[in-house]
Design a protein around this ligand. Structure first.
Ligand code: ATP
Length: 477
């Protein structure tokens, strides 16, 4: 299973999807760059999310707020005081770990050995210690369980300390503490502080939502599993403002709507599940994660939370500005309640890569052929079609270029004439291009081309006009 994940990571690099940041300087941990095909895929994910959230919901509008915010924002939101992870160092290896993750790994090991009850008991114990913020208790649990450092193999642990995940920097030219600002650890607060601006200027009536896509930064202690946990990543969040008392209905609606969305990406039903939070954050009255089955297990990709009026109320208290909504239908002033959907773009990217990566063995025993291809839904694929002249002569390139030009204005398509047609097909399979259009001698006679399907490798002949219609049709959502 982990070999599968290694193959996926290697594939992502080899074929221009994801590179380690600053690789020539030996890389920067948990920071990644997206290559040409990765950038296209990521753009497609964001576009799809944005379009479904804003264009297809008349009651949701978009926002693009700044990464830097007034430092009081983070006082109000609780991030300065409590956006912490418990960290522990191993004295021998000098490696730093998240105490809760070490314990979770141990529980996973119990579960793997078939001891589900023991795993659950351990997780419950840890959950309680985390809720109580009992750092000494966490350390004792690590010692009791005999958890060893994965690197040094020893259990020579330091005490557990709270570690704040926000990055900070200075604004202006004077480096003193009063100029300290943070890189936002979530996009949501930009939405909360703009609640009234948006409501008034876009003339919105509760219930309505605000959607935003943007970078977020967290100084994650354990950065593992490739782009699953990054220090710089992108979130796609939507805060939906509702009448107090109606939030749980909206919560259920959004929970189901978002699950449908993930399925529409082509993710099979059995690879997605809900994980209901039993222990709720103090500001939430309902919370659920959507989880996807990565090669390393079911993990969160999106959170849907009913956050009550916690955030708006806190901003009102700290800013001393009145943040209220007058509801003309019931002639009442109130602080709206919030249901949020929060998904990581990079995690969706990883989900789609894992889901698309397909290895197929064909042919007879002793003479097997392995084919690797990325089975993206056509609308999400980085390249929608490749136009390929069979040979470089007899006017085929010119004809192929005409078709390429026609498609180019609507889709990201490529034209390629080098190498054998088989090699060119393989190359497109590896980056997940759903269709290849081959131009041959018959094309010159009757204006027909063949379209090769990535998944079946079967070919169909049709007129150029039909081929263009076909691509338009198959590559839209
Ligand atoms: P986790 O428990 O995995 O740390 P979280 O519960 O802290 O995540 P939220 O704060 O709810 O995550 O953020 C919402 C979404 O943002 C997550 O579901 C995930 O998709 C994404 N996300 C959060 N942290 C990261 C990260 N370090 N790297 C990539 N994506 C992230």
């Amino acid at each position: 299973e982990n070999n599968l994940f290694k193959d996926i990571v290697a594939h992502a690099k080899e074929y221009g999807f994801v590179y380690q940041s600053s690789e020539i300087y030996d890389g920067l941990q948990a920071v990644y760059d997206y290559g040409p095909y990765g950038a296209e895929l990521k753009k497609n994910i964001k576009e799809l999310w944005w379009n479904t959230m804003t264009r297809f919901h008349d009651d949701i509008v978009g926002l693009d707020s700044a990464i830097f915010m007034h430092p009081d924002t983070w006082k109000a939101s609780g991030h300065i005081d409590s956006f912490n992870d418990p960290m522990i160092d191993n004295k021998d290896s000098k490696k730093r770990y998240r105490a809760d993750v070490l314990i979770e790994d141990k529980a996973a090991a119990y579960e793997k050995d078939g001891d589900k009850d023991k795993a659950q008991a351990l997780l419950d114990k840890m959950g309680q210690l985390m809720t109580d913020e009992d750092m000494e208790g966490l350390r004792n649990l690590i010692i009791e369980e005999g958890i060893k450092c994965p690197v040094s193999g020893t259990d020579n642990w330091t005490e557990v300390r709270q570690f704040n995940l926000m990055f900070s920097t200075q604004i202006g030219s004077v480096a003193d503490d009063s100029n300290k600002i943070y890189l936002r650890p979530e996009t949501a607060q930009g939405i909360f502080v703009n609640f009234l601006n948006v409501q008034k200027t876009a003339r919105m009536k509760v219930p309505f939502g605000i959607a935003q896509i943007g970078k977020a930064f967290r100084n994650e202690i354990v950065a593992r599993q490739f782009i699953f946990r990054m220090r710089e990543f992108e979130q796609m969040e939507m805060q939906f403002f509702v009448r107090p008392g109606e939030e749980l209905d909206w919560y259920e609606k959004w929970r189901d709507t978002r699950m449908k969305w993930h399925k529409a990406l082509g993710i099979p039903e059995n690879k997605l599940k809900f994980h209901i939070h039993e222990k709720l954050a103090h500001y939430a009255n309902a919370a659920v994660d959507v989880e996807f089955e990565f090669p390393f297990g079911f993990k969160e990709i999106e959170g849907i939370h009913s956050r009550t009026d916690f955030d708006l109320k806190r901003h009102m208290e700290v800013s001393k500005k009145k943040i209220q909504y007058f509801d003309p239908e019931i002639s009442k002033n109130y602080i709206p309640y919030v249901v949020e959907t929060s998904v990581g773009c990079d995690r969706l990217f990883l989900m789609l890569m894992c889901n698309a990566f397909t290895e197929e063995v064909t042919g007879e025993e002793g003479n097997e052929k392995k084919r690797i291809y990325l089975k993206f839904k056509p609308a999400l694929a980085p390249v929608k079609a490749a136009v390929l002249p069979l040979t470089k002569k007899d006017g085929l390139p010119e004809k192929a270029r005409e078709i390429y030009k026609q498609l180019k204005s609507m889709h990201n398509v490529v034209y390629e004439e080098a190498a054998s047609i088989g090699k060119r097909y393989t190359r497109q399979d590896l980056i997940g291009t759903p269709y290849c259009i081959a131009v041959d001698h018959q094309t010159l006679e009757d204006d027909t081309v063949t379209i090769r399907d990535r998944d079946t490798t079967s070919q169909e002949r049709m007129s150029i006009d039909d081929a263009i219609k076909f691509i338009n049709d198959k590559c839209s959502f």
